[in-house]
Design a protein around this ligand. Structure first.
Ligand SMILES: C[C@H](O)[C@H](O)[C@@H](O)C(=O)CO
Ligand SMILES: [Mn+2]
Length: 418
């Protein structure tokens, strides 16, 4: 325990108390937030089922940083190391391609038993597991179409993948005692202008409905559907657009996934939460960072992230929102990418909690926009860093840049020896 950190916290606590903010309460609120950390940052979205298969689906990872996880054991070890420097208890998102088995199984043959080792690991780590069926990086997606394909045989294959993913997610939920969100993202679309935009969407509705036909207890799993504006090589038309999935989620009682990297750059994704939730069951987020044509840079503590966190906290939407991460960068240490993205997301939430929200809402109702503007501006330079450091210290994780030393040591001892 560092005395300086504790003293700085006490001072910060006083400063916040002056404006009616209880820092201990903010820390407790943050403790209850579970991020869903995506496993695929650790191996460049390749998975372990098909070692020679390239990544497809209009997403790509650039970079060749040494130490990529090449087995499920390595990936779990890397995740454990990253989790050890991220405060709080979280979840990890898997994908079908991360099945851990010596059997030669195809995506449509996966069963819960192929994820047994992940569940054992999750129990040891005290983390939950979320799921994603994989609908890309496979010869049967080579045409650019999966669940919306005009070819029934192709569609049926992917329907089986979807059904299987639900069984796996149900198993995660049962074994780990917490709901597993099963996210559906498919890459289907056209590079150039299609003639018929409706038929693929009708086929997608039909395929999804077939996948969801079996009732599964929501205590164990619930599905989320993720739209996208465009992907690389799929620039003109995406079957699963935002409007499509928003409507699908609403009419089927499912979660809508909002990936922060999937919208037009001038859209503010945080403004969508309160527009959807009065009608929808809940949200899954893929917190990401779009940069020009790439939707998946490592998340940093920028304006877009701050707005996401503020929207969730100020409108009290955390109970209905699953905060997943989704980025991939192979130009830097892959564990550091997880840590930067996760810690930044938690920091943004903490800063959002550290505000006199009720007073600000009251001022707004009374038309006191002067106070609203003045206080929110001043809050930006309040000592939230001291509260964050204290939270890290209390949680037993490194404070400040100390975590980087641990990750660099791990790189030397483990990653560079792979
Ligand atoms: C690997 C993920 O499923 C993928 O990133 C998806 O969520 C996505 O965002 C595609 O652009
Ligand atoms: Mn995503």
């Amino acid at each position: 325990m560092s005395e300086t950190i504790t003293k700085s916290y006490e001072l910060a606590k006083e400063r916040y108390a002056e404006i009616g903010v209880d820092t201990d309460k903010a820390i407790n609120a943050l403790k209850n937030v579970k991020l869903s950390i995506h496993c695929w940052q650790g191996d460049d979205v390749l998975g372990f089922l098909f070692p020679n298969q390239d990544l497809t689906g209009g997403i790509s990872v650039s970079g060749n940083y040494p130490g990529r996880a090449k087995t499920a054991d390595q990936l779990r070890k890397d995740l454990s190391e990253a989790l050890s420097v991220i405060p709080g208890k979280h979840k990890v998102q898997l994908h079908s391609i991360y099945a851990d088995t010596d059997e030669k199984v195809d995506l449509n043959e996966l069963e819960p038993k192929h994820f047994q080792s992940w569940v054992d690991w999750a129990k040891q780590e005290g983390v939950g597991l979320d799921m994603n069926g994989t609908f890309f990086s496979h010869p049967k997606s080579a045409s650019g179409f999966t669940l919306a394909s005009a070819d029934k045989e192709i569609r049926d294959f992917w329907i089986e993948v979807g059904k299987g993913s639900r069984k796996i997610a149900e198993y995660f939920g049962k074994e780990l005692g917490q709901q597993s969100v099963n996210n559906f993202w498919i890459p289907d679309g056209y590079k150039d202008n299609p003639i018929d935009k409706l038929s693929p969407r009708l086929r997608l509705v039909e395929s999804l409905d077939e996948i969801l036909k079996e009732k599964i207890d929501e205590a164990y799993t619930i599905e989320a559907v993720e739209g996208k504006l465009f992907g690389t090589g799929v620039e003109s038309y995406t079957v699963g657009s935002h409007e499509f999935y928003e409507a699908y989620a609403l009419t089927r009682g499912k979660l809508w996934t909002i990936d922060a990297g999937h919208f037009h750059p001038t859209e503010d994704v945080s403004d969508k939460f309160s527009a959807f939730l009065p009608f929808g069951k809940g949200l899954m987020l893929h917190v990401s960072r779009p940069v020009r044509w790439d939707s998946d840079h490592v998340v940093i503590f920028d304006d877009a992230l701050t707005r996401i966190a503020r929207a969730l906290v100020r409108d009290d939407l955390l109970d209905k929102t699953n905060i997943g991460l989704d980025f991939f960068d192979a130009t830097i240490n892959r564990l550091a990418a997880w840590v930067v993205g996760s810690r930044s997301t938690l920091k943004a939430l903490l800063q959002a909690f550290l505000a006199p929200i009720n007073d600000l809402k009251k001022a707004e109702l009374e038309g006191n926009y002067t106070m609203r503007l003045a206080v929110t501006e001043e809050l930006k330079s309040y000592p939230f860093g001291a509260v964050w450091d204290y939270y890290c210290q209390e949680s037993g994780v490194p404070v400040g840049t100390e975590w980087l030393k641990e990750i660099v040591a791990y790189e030397k001892d483990v990653l560079l020896k792979r």
